[in-house]
Every structure is written in C-alpha cells, then in structure tokens.
Ligand binder design. Sequence first.
Ligand SMILES: Nc1nc2c(c(=O)[nH]1)N[C@H]1C(S)=C(S)[C@@H](COP(=O)(O)OP(=O)(O)OC[C@H]3O[C@@H](n4cnc5c(=O)[nH]c(N)nc54)[C@H](O)[C@@H]3O)O[C@H]1N2
Ligand SMILES: Nc1nc2c(c(=O)[nH]1)N[C@H]1C(S)=C(S)[C@@H](COP(=O)(O)OP(=O)(O)OC[C@H]3O[C@@H](n4cnc5c(=O)[nH]c(N)nc54)[C@H](O)[C@@H]3O)O[C@H]1N2
Ligand code: SF4
Ligand SMILES: [Mo]
Length: 734
Amino acid sequence: MSALDDLLHARTGPMTSELVLHPGQFGLGRVPARLAPAGTAKSICGFCSTGCSLNIHLNAAGEAINLTPNREYPVNLGMACPKGWEALTPLAASDRVTTPLLRDANGVLQPVDWARALTVFCERMKGVQSKYGKAAVAALSTGQIVTEEMALLGALTKFGMGIADLDSNTRQCMATSHVAYKQSFGFDAPPFTYADFEESDVLVFVGANPCIAHPIMWQRVMRNQRNPAIIVIDPRRTETAMAATLHLPAYPKSDLTLLYGIARELLARDALDHAFIEQNTTGFTAFREFVQDFAPERVLSETGLSRADYMRTIDLIARPGARVSYWWTMGVNQSHQATRTAQALINLALMTGQFGRPGTGANSITGQCNAMGSRLFGNASSLLGGYDFANAAHRTHVAGILGVEESLIPTQPSRAYDRILDSVDTGEIRALWIIATNTAHSWINQGKFSQLRDKLDFLVVQDMYATTETAQQADLVLPAAGWGEKDGFFINSERRLGAARKVARAPGVALSDFAIFKLVAEAWGCGAMFEQWSSPAAAFQILKKLSSGQPCDFSGIRDHDHIELSGGIQWPFSEADATKSGTPVIERRLFADGKFFTPDQRARFHFDAPVPLPEPPDEAYPLLLNTGRGSSAQWHTGSRTNKSAVLLKLSPNQPWIELNPTDASKCRVEAGQRVTVRSRRGETTAIVVVTPIVQPGQVFMPMHFAEVNVLTFPAYDPHSRQPAYKACAVQVVP
Ligand SMILES: Nc1nc2c(c(=O)[nH]1)N[C@H]1C(S)=C(S)[C@@H](COP(=O)(O)OP(=O)(O)OC[C@H]3O[C@@H](n4cnc5c(=O)[nH]c(N)nc54)[C@H](O)[C@@H]3O)O[C@H]1N2
Ligand SMILES: Nc1nc2c(c(=O)[nH]1)N[C@H]1C(S)=C(S)[C@@H](COP(=O)(O)OP(=O)(O)OC[C@H]3O[C@@H](n4cnc5c(=O)[nH]c(N)nc54)[C@H](O)[C@@H]3O)O[C@H]1N2
Ligand code: SF4
Ligand SMILES: [Mo]
C-alpha cells in the first residue's frame, strides 16, 4: 500500500494536485483535476436539474472566491435561485469529512488513512461475499454526482465486484418517468427544450411546484409572451397554483381519473389529431374504449372539482391551434399508480398531436442535477448508455466498448431500492455501500431503515459530511469531494449536457468519487478492467462511444471544453450531426418527425383502471399527509443547504405541518403550536401552520426534516417501484 501513501502525500500538497498519481501507478496514469487558472471558470450548478450555469470567480491561486449566474447560458440567462448563489458555501462547512473514518471497538468513528480504509473495505465486503454469496453485497447511489463517476461506479460494482444490486436515489425521484417514457416512446427521452416554456399557449403543470422546486424554469414561464393559460393540478394551492390562470385542487391521487376524463371529453368534441394518431401511435382504439367509463359525473365526484373548472380546462386544451404542453414532477412520480398517471399525460399529448412543435410535449421535469445522467449511465435499471441488460446483443456491444468479458455483465437489471432493503431485512443482503444519498432521512418509512442497520454486517457511506443521518450509522465513512471540487458533466431536464468544473480543493484527504472508485478497483484487484477510465476526461470518451447510435447519442461532442464553449449541448448530437452542422443547435426538441424510438417508431397508449389509495384516512387517522419541497432555499435532507447561514435565514428551521383552518379547530390546535403527528408507523412533532393552502382533511409537511419519513407509508408504483411519498393517513394531536 505504499503507493497509496505516495498518492496521499501528493494529495495534501499544493492546490494543483488533487490527485496526481505517478504515471503508471496502478495503471492509473494521471487523474487530473487541475484547478482553472485565475479569472473566471464556468460550472453547472450541482443542485437541481435545471442546470444553471454559474461564473465562478477565482483568485490568483485559482481558488473560487464567489460566483455570479452566467448571462450567456441558454438555460438560466443570467439568473440563479438562492441555492445556486450559495453553492460554494457548503464546501467550506466545518463538518466536512476530511479523512476516512472507521468505527472502532467502542463504536466510535475514528480517522484512518486511505490505505487502511481500502483494506478494510475490501476485506469486509469480500468476507461477506465469500460467506453469503456475491449477492449479499449491494450499493445505493445517486443522481448528484457527475456522469463519469456514475458510470464508473456502475461498471465497477456490476462487472468488477460482482454486485448485482446497485440502485440509486433516482428510484425515489425519476424511476417513474424512466419507465413511462421507455414504455410509451421506446426510450427514456424527455422531448422538450426550455424554450417550450416560452412558446406554449397552454401549460398544464401536474404535481409540480416549479416556483419552489425549479425557480429558474418558472422564470422561463414568466418570459412567455403569448399570454399563456397556466393550469396547475395540485391538491395544494401552492405558490405555482397561486400564479396560475386556473388551479385544479383535485383530490390526491385522483389524477388518473381526471386525465382519463379529459381524454374522454376531447374525444367527444373530436379535438383530436387524427393524422398523428393514425401515423405515429398504436393502441388508440383500446384507449378510446377504455376512457368511456370516465364520464364527467364520475370525474367530478372522485376529484372534488367544480364542473366549471373542469369544463374550462377542457376548453383551454381543446382550443384549435393552441400549443399545449404538459409538465409533471413528483406529485405524479411519487404515487401508487405513478407510471400510468405519467402515461395518461403522454396519452393526452399523443391524441392531440402535441409533439415536436414549439410549446408542446408531455414533459417530465427532472429532480436532481444529474438524475438524467443516472437514468442513462447509472447501470441500474438500464445497462450503461440506455441499453437493456436482458438483451444479449446489447451486452455484447457494451462489453466490446468497455473491453470487459461479456459473461461479467448481468442479464437482469438491479432490483429496486425497496427490494434491496427488503433483502437486508431477510438477511440475504449483509453489506451496503451508500454513495451521495442520505437513506436514513430520505427513504420512505424510515423507522424500518434504522432497524435494518442492525442486520447489516458492514455499512459504508461515501459522503462530503460524516454528520448525515446515514453516515452516523456507518462502519466506514469514505470522504468525498463535492460539486466544485471535481470535473465532469451533468445532463439536465431538457437533455442538455453541462460541464461541472473543479474550482476548489477538497478538504483534508477527501477525494473525488471518481478517484475513490479507481482506488477501490485497485484494492479489489480488478483495476486492470478500468485502465481506460484513467480520468473523467477519458471516461467521457468512453461514454460517447456507449451513446453512439442510441437515441441519446452525443458522440459528436469533442470533450468537456466543447460542451462549455457551446453553452451546453442537448442530446442527440451525433458524429454525423457534428460533421453536418459543426456547431450544435441551441434548442432542440424531439419527435419533430413524429417518429418514436419503439421498433415500429410508433408511440404506445398505456392505461389502467384507477385503484384506491393504499392508506386512505379513516376515523383513527383522519388526515391525509402530503410531503414535498418546503422552500427554494432548502435542498432535500439539508446536508448541504443547512450549511449556509443565508439559506437557513430564508426558510423555517424547524419541521412544520400545514393544516387547513377547519382541521386546526377540529384538532384543537393553533398556529405556532408544537403538535404530535402520528401515523401507524411512528410519530414526531411539528409546528402548526394554519393555512387554506391545504384542503380540509389534508396536511402537508416539507421533506427537509428527518421526521417526515417516520410517518410515510411504504407503497410503490408497480412498474417503476418508486415510493409513493405523498399520501398516508395521520392524526394530529396537541
Ligand atoms: N428548493 C428545492 N428544489 C428542489 C429540490 C429540493 O429539495 N429543494 N429537489 C429537487 C428534486 S430531486 C426534485 S425530484 C424536484 C421535485 O419538485 P416537485 O415535484 O415540484 O416538488 P414536490 O414539492 O415534491 O411536489 C410537487 C407537488 O406535488 C403535489 N402533489 C402531491 N400529491 C399530489 C397528487 O396526488 N396529485 C397532484 N397533481 N399533485 C400532488 C404536492 O402538493 C406538491 O406541491 O425538486 C427539485 N428541486
Ligand atoms: N417524504 C418525502 N421523502 C422524499 C421525497 C419527498 O418528496 N417526500 N423526495 C424524494 C426525492 S425526489 C429525492 S431525489 C430524495 C433525495 O434524498 P437524498 O439523496 O437522501 O438527499 P440529499 O440530501 O440530496 O442527499 C445527498 C447526499 O449526498 C452528499 N453529496 C453531495 N454531493 C456529493 C458528492 O459529490 N459525492 C458524494 N459522495 N456525496 C455527495 C450530500 O452531502 C448528501 O448527504 O428524497 C426523497 N425523499
Ligand atoms: S434553479 Fe436549480 S440549477 Fe438553477 S441555481 Fe437554482 S438549484 Fe441551481
Ligand atoms: Mo428527486
């Protein structure tokens, strides 16, 4: 391990050497992560999937001192939300983990060097594998690291370490969109570009609160000069709903009924694009038949909407010549029938031919900065590059590009997050490696996760902080560099690749995830398999090859600099595109020719009958709990945003619960009071906010406090296995 010591010595040296390995050391060559020269570097924000470009201003030593939003970038046009403005602050937090930490015999996490950490990692993981079988080790990853890192992790775990189960927090977030698009379009391909926010006549937002969750996308809506009608379908009267033309407060999870009802009325009015249906879709006849069951009486009684609002919605959508776009986020994806609900939106756009023209589309808004990267390159549900594990030709193709033995590629996708945790429960899985996600806070029905900890022989957490709920439970913590401390690319909601740059040095001996994965590969004994992955830049070239010929083809992009100089590049941008046009177009939407990615190039209508809520309110637990984003300054479990004094000032720092005035008086509680919130799985306390934003019988809690997932009910969409975080029964008591 002395080579490792050399490495660490180099690591703690001057700014220019985050991880400068001697050429040939472990066959690594150099893993360059040089800092940009003094002046200004451009980097894509590492919080949400909007993918704003930030100008990072550097001092003479090449260290970031502050930032301003990039005015030239086609995404944010000089704007940023509070998190973007504060993006550098979490890097300097005092609780950054600066060395590996290993739990000692007394149960205390103690600093160790990398050599020891890697030895323990391999001994314990291999120990579990030899005792219980290879399948006894699993990994949970993220949508918040650069694509090169995700892909390397995916290849390392599955092909190098024999780990069959590698899932990620993208399951909590975008699994539904992935499956819905794949089934309907033949590939996970969000069709839109952000220009569509400005080009629509009617924008329908379903279970999306962009004012809070995607503020810069909302700014793009505000730039729309076509006097658009904005329809918001959300049980809460959110900031977005307040700004809308029409708010439809449909009862939670009645969306499916509502959307099928709308399809029925469009049929009745013959507001269809017959040519599009005929030429570009299959399954319409059965769908037409199916929606006949959704007469207005049924829709109005199940959704609780007024007839006037319902009919006005249909009038707006059916207006001849109107460009209509449908946008959805977690109010759809986190439901017990999430995939079919997403597809109900896709169906509306298909039957009316709202594709491929400005201001149209059935558009899933992504969550994390690189959830789109993980959908294509996480190697979890799809094989690297959006291929299928079950397809032998795909496995041969990918094995060829990577130079790995084909037999090492699993023939099945990973099991989903919930199944992985179930297998921990049954004792089938004994060791977990968690990277850049905070499971102990964000997973549904979190009481269960804490019990599972005791069933694990070995838990490794790789994070920027050792203070997260999950890292606190780890046996081994691997210290990671964060956004701003490493190079790579993200893919945003509109399929735009953006380059994230190293503008700061990670603290102590923390390393980029890329470097950690390389070191693990070496220590494990499979380093040779990843020889060509010598740096993020080299990995980018591999990913280009994997993308080539796929719908997500970006083989026309030279390198990270090319991405940056072009203002980001949307896929597809193939080698042929590059030869043809030289420069990528600034805004590109899919399906202008009506051709989809299915074998017959036709989109599919998918539908299913609505089924009741998994845990409806009853006498004992009379309120329906909805959860989601609380403010534009809070990010998920808070491990990054809680480090900024500015962001902390912009949002309440205690868990709160929103109650309608009628429920507040029924429960005999008052605004500002601390109350107990209880579900069948656990209880917690929160401060009461009395507000008509929530409907009677419904309450809302932000997800940014660990307490909330003590309460949630573990229901999942059957197709995507995404957790249904937004509906469970609770009681509120003083
Ligand atoms: N500030 C901030 N921004 C973020 C994040 C963050 O943590 N903080 N996270 C990012 C990530 S990863 C994601 S996934 C996105 C999430 O972005 P969004 O999905 O927009 O945010 P949420 O608040 O989770 O949920 C949106 C809305 O769904 C509604 N909803 C709940 N149930 C239903 C239902 O049955 N039907 C309908 N129609 N609506 C329903 C909720 O009331 C809520 O207003 O945000 C991203 N942006
Ligand atoms: N009740 C409820 N629960 C929810 C949701 C909800 O709406 N309601 N939403 C769900 C959704 S959509 C999501 S996306 C999840 C998010 O849930 P999580 O992924 O658990 O939330 P984060 O706080 O973003 O956790 C990311 C972790 O990665 C670390 N990190 C950041 N950058 C890096 C890096 O470069 N390398 C490494 N190694 N670590 C890094 C951070 O410090 C942080 O601890 O929560 C889900 N949970
Ligand atoms: S909108 Fe998203 S990408 Fe843009 S600055 Fe805010 S968090 Fe970053
Ligand atoms: Mo998410």
